[in-house]
Write a protein that binds this ligand. Sequence first.
Ligand code: VGL
Ligand code: ZN
Length: 229
Amino acid sequence: MTEHTGSVSALQAESCEHARRALIVVDVQPDFMPGGPLACAEGDALLPGLCALLDADHFGHVVATQDWHPADHISFASRHPGWRPFESTTLYGEPQTLWPDHCLQGSRGAELHPALDWSRADAIIRKGTDRRVDSYSGFRHNIGPDGSRPSTGLAGWLNERGVTHVWVCGLAREVCVLWTAEDAVQAGFETRFLWSLTRPVSFDSDAATRQRLQRQGIDIIDADFMDPV
Ligand code: VGL
Ligand code: ZN
């Protein structure tokens, strides 16, 4: 378990070559920013650092995920009479948090955030498109009515390109970024969590998030990627 505290040098010191590295940018969308319906605390604070990281071209591959829900998505509290946003219920035998309506397909709040240069993304994975199934991780959907967690195809996409190391960042730290990192390591990728380029729905979750990452051998990189090289 390594905790990197340097700046971008932590990336440059990586032994693997450029083509083997992928950056996964999770759900950087206006609805998760302050003022949005499912705002992350300081959600917009990661934008300058992420912009600089994309410009620095440290990665052979960049993948973005985009939360992209139909209006009647099952994760919305509004679909469950008597329930309020952020309450936890059970869905297909697993705990399910009920969320405010967010990231409606085609809406402004569901766009990839306009402050970033998405032309650098080689692939965009849309998730949460099936009204019956929530989808946190970029790799696998949450549990569905048949009890399975179907793949999005992302692990295959990365494997076919020879990627061995992935860095994850984006929103929300304790939800979609965490689940993406956990699935990345399970799929066999060396996985780094770019802590300072994530923000949580609630900072109260931070200790538990760190514990889960550490238990699974996911490196937490605290570096401030806005530092000059
Ligand atoms: C997310 C809750 C619901 C996320 C997406 O991007 O972390 N959280 N949908
Ligand atoms: Zn969602």
